[in-house]
Design a protein around this ligand. Sequence first.
Ligand code: ADP
Ligand code: MG
Length: 549
Amino acid sequence: ADDDKTYEFQAETRMLLDIVAKSLYSEKEVFVRELISNASDAIEKARYLAIQGTELDSSEATMKIHITTDKYSKTLTIQDSGIGMTKEELMDNLGTIARSGSKAFIQQLQEGGGADPQSIIGQFGVGFYSAFMVADKVEVYTKSRLPGSTGYCWSSDGCGKYTIEECSEVEPGTKIVCHLKVADREFADDQTIKDIIKKYSSFVGSPIEVNGEQANNIQPIWLMDPKEVSPAQHEEFYRYVGSSYDKPRFTLHYCTDAPINLRCVLYVPEGKPGLFDLNREGVGGVALYCRRVLIMNKAENILPKWLRFLKGVVDSEDIPLNLSRELLQDSALIRRLRTVIQNRMIRFLFDKSRKDPESYAKFFADYGIFIKEGILSSQEQVEKEEIAKLLRYESSGKPAEEAVTLPEYISRMAENQKDIYYLAAPSRELAESSPYFEALKKRNVEVLFCYESYDEVVLMQLQQFSSRKIVSVEKELRQDKEDVNFDNAEGGLRRTEANELMNWLKTVLAGRCWTVKATPRLETHPCVVTVEEMGAARHFVKTQFTQVS
Ligand code: ADP
Ligand code: MG
């Protein structure tokens, strides 16, 4: 009979639990924050459903997080009047890893090979499972707020199995009881818990009571005057809203009433984006609020996809509260918000690049790939060029440390130069010694060097900037109309000899090349191979092969 109530954790969850439980992580206290943030999420979900007109057990007035500590029984209990869970939800949410943060954690561990789990826990937090850092048994009493629901008790020692039993005495919402390990009994001390709440959870939108006393002050930072918010407050808020443990590297606090009511705080994380952030499609890190009510935690469409690395809050009084999430996905209003935010963010980053070029360079090294994605995914030329202001490339006209913007490049162009030239190559060294570059170098024309395999695709998509065509050096060489002056070429071939050579090459390479031409542009290289487009792809294919062998 016991087997009916006993279940096994999914393999990935077991792996996570194993790491978490054995972890000597010094900031164990983060589990408090993880459990409180779950309680707060559950309350926000209930609040949102109530606003939508869904009937719920018990009223809005009781939406609180109650924490109780008991030193004698070494327990810490966190109770919320949030949405609660059904039996299926219990199994799905607490038995498997669906959570983005935990997934990323596992992924990083697998990618990183020997990477230090402590530091990774610090980076992500591991959600509910972090309770097992300090508890040798965790009980979850829960009852869905939807009328007619049954109460359950979920219980586990974090070692592979858990049980679920029906339970009649459960209040709507969720109560989590952590039975603390002896070594971690400090978390049954109310002052310790209050201090932790102050550190991590002061922005939680619902009252948190510790043994009956309120422990947080609810202060929506984004509604404050930007001048009144200190960097320390931003740092704290960033950690709360972004579920992060690092700092913001850039902060944009923007309030406007026209063309749309908007209060937003947007952060660029200090940390570099992981592979996970790059692959993550559509999931934004920004919460959408309307007059302080959380509409969606990870609002998908409120930012363009390429800005998904931002964290923060967007609040707009213009969003009707009763709008369904489905409608929110793509209403004209959301599209307008998205455009306003994107333009403001581009302007903000562009200003940064001028006022603080050094931090911008670091930002570009870490997040440039998102900017390039923005250009690729944008549908309109105006928008593409707007985003392209944020691009930085090395240039033949500047030393490697000085990256160049497209407007700067244009400002240096000679009067008779019509196009913007770029050369895609795996490194500066290869770019500078490239036969494709030699031709323009001789004419003293500045060339942008691109080192990433996708740069060429980005520039081809962009096509032009400020009405100047963006052209690959290789293409330029190929379309060369200039004729060779054979008579002056000292020690060179004469016209008849050159023609003979070209005819011979054409026969030998028949079917493999389009044509063979003589060019006056090369000096130190006897010949070059050119292709119409995506010439650089060749280099990258080659480097990949060399790496393999
Ligand atoms: P995350 O909060 O990122 O989703 P967690 O591991 O913290 O990941 O929690 C997993 C899931 O368990 C949550 O998404 C939620 O569905 C459910 N859950 C956890 N705590 C609660 C709670 N107090 N009330 C309702 N559901 C909860
Ligand atoms: Mg959570």
